[in-house]
Write a protein that binds this ligand. Structure first.
Ligand SMILES: Cc1cc2nc3c(=O)[nH]c(=O)nc-3n(C[C@H](O)[C@H](O)[C@H](O)COP(=O)(O)OP(=O)(O)OC[C@H]3O[C@@H](n4cnc5c(N)ncnc54)[C@H](O)[C@@H]3O)c2cc1C
Length: 235
């Protein structure tokens, strides 16, 4: 396993609670849209075993063409040790990245794609949408639905409905509206449904989609295939 140590080049305040850390791109570091990585803080590998409290899974919210590795995360006032340290990092400080992989690349199967997310889950979808805007081949259209009770919606200049691009974006701030909308989207019995959020959020979405006749094969989750199979079987 290769550990990439890299510098923070820029910190973007997306909303009062959400920041994007723009990291320098090491020369041989590559990724595709929908990737997640392990973000680790100084000292994580100082002992015999890696210190898990200094490591978190994070999606990469940028595309390689942007020449920067974007990590978007919510840091609330009450937060973990990891986020407390992250919040105090500055431009020029180093973080580590390793085990980068995409479970949710953009499927180009001549179907409609639905991106269902909660809060900063939208960060996972940002590169998928940018990839689609660059090249729409074999994707009929994309519809994004994001729920964020803070109402400080993210990436609103990208996630903006554009009928010429066959792209629709919806933001809602409550569960009732969210699941009513999911039911409507599930009228498309041939669509591909990506879901990103907490496990509880995944379970609720899958239940609603299944009730509407959407099959497991139509679901894209940011989980390894084995985990996905076990996870889906447990519902
Ligand atoms: C494949 C994958 C991709 C992911 N991508 C992302 C991503 O792109 N961005 C992202 O942000 N996360 C992502 N996650 C989730 C991420 O790994 C973390 O689990 C998540 O950000 C929570 O971080 P945390 O454990 O440091 O807790 P925090 O975010 O600090 O806290 C979680 C909750 O607990 C509360 N809390 C924490 N500590 C205290 C305390 N001491 N007292 C009271 N309340 C407290 C917080 O207010 C918050 O509501 C991803 C996970 C996976 C599996």
């Amino acid at each position: 396993m290769h550990i990439y140590w890299t510098k923070i080049n820029k910190i973007i305040e997306e909303t009062p609670e959400v920041k994007t850390y723009m990291l320098e791109c090491p020369e041989d570091f590559t990724w595709e849209e929908g990737s997640h990585t392990h973000l680790a803080l100084e000292g994580f590998n100082a002992g015999d075993k890696p210190n898990r409290s200094l490591i978190r899974h994070m999606s990469i919210s940028t595309l390689p063409q942007e020449n920067s590795i974007g990590i978007t995360t919510r840091i609330k006032e009450q937060c973990s040790e990891f986020k407390t340290i992250l919040r105090n990092l500055e431009i020029g400080n180093e973080v580590a990245l390793f085990k980068t992989h995409s479970n949710v690349p953009l499927k180009r199967e001549d179907k409609n794609v639905y991106l269902l997310s909660s809060g900063v889950g939208l960060a996972t979808f940002r590169p998928l949408v940018l990839d689609y805007f660059e090249r729409a081949d074999n994707v009929k259209q994309i519809h994004s639905l994001n729920i964020d009770s803070s109402r400080d919606f993210l990436f609103t200049t990208i996630f903006e409905t554009a009928s010429d691009k066959k792209f629709t974006s919806q933001f809602v701030d409550n569960r009732k509206d969210y699941y009513e909308e999911v039911k409507k989207l599930a009228a498309d019995k041939d669509g591909i449904f990506y879901i990103v959020g907490s496990d509880e959020f995944l379970v609720q979405n899958i239940e609603v989609l299944r009730e509407q006749g959407i099959k497991f094969e139509q679901l894209m989750l940011d989980k390894h295939e084995k985990f996905k199979t076990d996870f889906l079987a447990s519902i």
